[in-house]
Design a protein around this ligand. Structure first.
Ligand SMILES: NC(=O)c1ccc[n+]([C@@H]2O[C@H](COP(=O)([O-])OP(=O)(O)OC[C@H]3O[C@@H](n4cnc5c(N)ncnc54)[C@H](OP(=O)(O)O)[C@@H]3O)[C@@H](O)[C@H]2O)c1
Length: 277
């Protein structure tokens, strides 16, 4: 199917179409969620949790086949699409396709990112100063996390406003990581996306679309960790599944008025008891 701009979206279902069958959970039945970068790590864990709670969940990747394979593994109510978040035409085509196919989206999780490994494979043990980072390496990390989050939200939010509401969740990182030695460009990209989320929340104040920030609360065992990380380092990593309970809650009816918050997944239960009993 070609989109309105004549471009064929890189889209394939991981399973059926609108005939997607009933999920194991029902808490999020009827919710249509898009998780960018859902083939690995935190995105995959959030997609898994959303799908298990009953949401129709779309995962994206730079590679359509990887997205399809992930959707197939995660279950019948998960769909995989190829959508490079750095490419505004691909984003527009993907979001157009999802609207035509599912009638819209209720939740956008801006998660896609690439990490320090792409500019320094040994960043954990041998941090390098900013001037050793290549311009293209810098652009790629910032372009994925900051520009990518902007492009997808820019395509999705006007549709949410037109349809009467929606929720955007931006995946961020600890403040320490944003300014840590040897963490250019990943740290500044995290700071940028967090500022983007706050401006988006301000712009959408009083509207039916909410924006919140979610972060794991520490380094998690994902594709961002170097393959040669020691057992000692790996033992300290969070399980990506820590993102499951807060993302399911943020998609649920209980969180309908939650807006402009910054939620740390490892502290979610305490945060919820304090802010949203
Ligand atoms: N791991 C941590 O400790 C940690 C801590 C705080 C925050 N985060 C944040 O969590 C998010 C996910 O990272 P992760 O740690 O889960 O890493 P990961 O396991 O490497 O997963 C990254 C995901 O992003 C996707 N992706 C990368 N570039 C993309 C692009 N241009 N378009 C679409 N998808 C793209 C990848 O899919 P493909 O490779 O299939 O394209 C993959 O699914 C990032 O925003 C990161 O900053 C991570």
């Amino acid at each position: 199917m070609a989109d309105a701009r004549g471009r064929a979206p890189d889209v394939t279902a991981g399973s059926g179409d609108t005939s997607i069958s009933a999920p194991p959970g029902t808490a999020l039945r009827g919710v249509r969620a898009l998780v960018t970068g859902g083939t690995s790590g935190l995105g995959r864990a959030m997609a898994h949790a959303l799908a298990r709670a009953g949401a129709l969940t779309v995962v994206t990747s730079r590679d359509r086949r990887r997205a399809e394979a992930t959707a197939h593994e995660l279950g019948e109510n998960v769909v995989g699409i190829g959508m490079d978040v750095r490419d505004d035409e691909a984003v527009q085509a993907g979001v157009d396709h999802l609207e035509a196919r599912f009638g819209g989206l209720d939740l956008l999780v801006n998660n896609a990112g690439i990490g320090m490994r792409t500019v320094n494979p040994r960043f954990l043990t041998e941090p390098r100063p900013f001037w050793t980072v290549s311009p293209d390496g810098f652009r790629d990390v910032v372009g994925t996390k900051v520009t990518g989050s902007f492009l997808v939200a820019r395509a999705v939010v006007p549709r949410m406003l037109r349809s009467g509401g929606g929720r955007v969740v931006i995946v961020s990182m600890n403040e320490h990581t944003m300014t840590r030695r040897g963490f250019v460009p990943y740290g500044p990209a995290g700071a940028g996306v967090e500022a983007l989320a706050r401006v988006m929340a301000a712009d959408l104040e009083g509207s039916p679309v909410t924006v919140n920030i979610l972060l794991p609360g520490g380094a998690a065992a994902t594709g961002m960790i170097p393959e040669d990380a020691t057992g000692e380092v790996r033992a300290m990593l969070l399980d990506p599944a820590v993102m499951g309970p807060p993302i399911v809650w943020l998609a649920s009816p209980q969180a309908v008025h939650v807006h402009g918050e910054r939620i740390v997944a490892t502290e979610f239960e305490n945060w919820r008891a304090e802010h949203a009993p």
